[in-house]
Design a protein around this ligand. Sequence first.
Ligand code: F6P
Length: 323
Amino acid sequence: IKSIGVLTSGGDAPGMNAAIRSVTRAAIFNNMRVFGIYRGYKGLISNEIEEFKTNSVSNIIQQGGTILKTARSAEFMDPEGRKVAFENMQKHGIDALVVIGGDGSLTGASIFGNEYDIPIVGLPGTIDNDLNGTDVTIGYDTALNTIMQSVDKIRDTATSHERLFFIEVMGRNCGFLALNSAIAAGAEAAIIPEISLKKDQLGELIEQGFRKSKNSSIILVTEGEITGGALQLAERVKQEYPQYDVRVSILGHLQRGGSPSAQDRILASRMGIAAIQALLENQRNVMIGIRENEIDYVPFKRAIKKEREISEELREVLLISSI
Ligand code: F6P
């Protein structure tokens, strides 16, 4: 492999820049040429490709977002779009790709890599932490910290007014952000999709009289249809307990921004170098994962498998620590 392309795709995540930097420098260190591809697969199709040198990635490790921009590309779902993408790679002499993104991006990588026999290595870049085969994804730790700090602030006002707050966080269909930020911020409960599929979590909380011993309560809720979202849950409580002073806060996209945490910068730096190492070892169709603090190669198929288990132990920690 003489020349690689790097792109970020799907929702941005803090630490993506640190990953771009590390991939670029590791490639150059190993005498490869590197091309930055703008706007994810979209830019691969529209030929927004530029050669990177070591200083193209200077002074970005601390920046949130992605200097390469990102997009969710409908054209890339189409074989015609992928054909144009492949032709553009050939024009620039790009032999391999490093794709930084979440499950949609890695699914696209898997299809493209098989279709055109291109070595592709993925890096898990998403705040959702919803990929298999890695303990954490790039951006997750920063988002978790952002949520924790926001919940701390909401707690001040919740306590002062003796209110019940439903705080909605991102995560798509995955409860990691809600559950772990609930633990970190000392919230009373987390309503997460993995459990909502099995039982009525709010119903249970109401039955147990969740506010009996407390003057204020904070409940973290994962966005989306499975949990119903914070607004819907709050409405239900208002119906059943008109005496409760209920408020909703939807944290939204602030969760995706900000300077990456030290953990995310280090993770992204390690994974970026591992991606180039993987390509040098002729790996393809794998995502770089981290398990027990060791780098691992995870086949795309396994990484994007839908159900990611949420730990029972974590649920118990929240349950016990919030009595
Ligand atoms: O996958 C990251 C994520 O932030 C999810 O948590 C969320 O559901 C989604 O992206 C939001 O996407 P968009 O920024 O396109 O609204």
